[in-house]
Ligand binder design. Sequence first.
Ligand SMILES: C[S@@+](CC[C@H](N)C(=O)[O-])C[C@H]1O[C@@H](n2cnc3c(N)ncnc32)[C@H](O)[C@@H]1O
Length: 277
Amino acid sequence: MPLTVLNYYKIEIQQILIMMFYGLKNIRKDLQLIDDRKLQLKIIFHIALNLIKVRIIMFSRFKKDRDEIMERIDTNLFRTIQEKYRKIAPNENYTKYLNISGYLKRNLKRAYRLNLHKSKPLNIIDFGAGAGYFCFICNYFGHNVMAMDVGKSPVFDELIQLLGINRKIGAIEAFKRLPKFDTDFDLATAFYVPFNKASNPDEVWRVEEWKFLLEDLANNLLKENGRIFFFLHHENDGKHYDRILLQFFLDYNDRLLGQELYFEHTEKFRAVRVGYF
Ligand SMILES: C[S@@+](CC[C@H](N)C(=O)[O-])C[C@H]1O[C@@H](n2cnc3c(N)ncnc32)[C@H](O)[C@@H]1O
């Protein structure tokens, strides 16, 4: 079937419907924790809106951005790294991240989702940055980005070096302040970083740990109008939070979207200071 404009839209619409179906299936358990029907509908509406928004941006500029980004990467060196880890299973030591086209697409979607393709230059910190693809894309869109990661994966070490990303070694840990950086940030991100279940996978963070992290971020790392965007791991029961944690997040934010924990305004977290006095 030739890829005419009409066919392109047909495929996109199919994909949107499939993603909405799976997206809603994934957050069904979270939605069941919400008694307020209006809020449930609002969340579903935002999910659909964001999916459509990102798809539209993808249609208008993805190919151009992807090609320009690829031109900035030393593909010979990249292939050497791919070859070196070729025999290691994709889920072992993060070697699946050597599939550059898939991960560039995923990270471009994240940047579009956060409007980074059209915003003024921002200072961004990406926790658990892994290979550094998201950071690289932020740089491409003209932002200053800093990565932080525990740095225990040789694949990520090589990729982040190849991509020229500035990285600090460090971990997000319960009740432990984050390191100080030379600059304040407009945006803090973390995608699929299991910091909230680091010590024991059966024990995930509760309100106290989250409160400490969010207040620390707001008071010590972010600018006054700084934003926080976390893309969470599922908990063991398939939900992203329990009822108490959900209520805590909702008290600060009504743009909760299942796996996405997005605080567009963080001033409320400044109420309690855990700063460097
Ligand atoms: C699944 S990878 C995700 C990488 C990247 N964020 C992405 O989405 O492509 C998880 C990353 O989080 C890092 N990590 C795990 N626990 C962490 C912690 N407590 N603090 C900071 N980074 C952590 C790992 O080293 C790894 O790079």
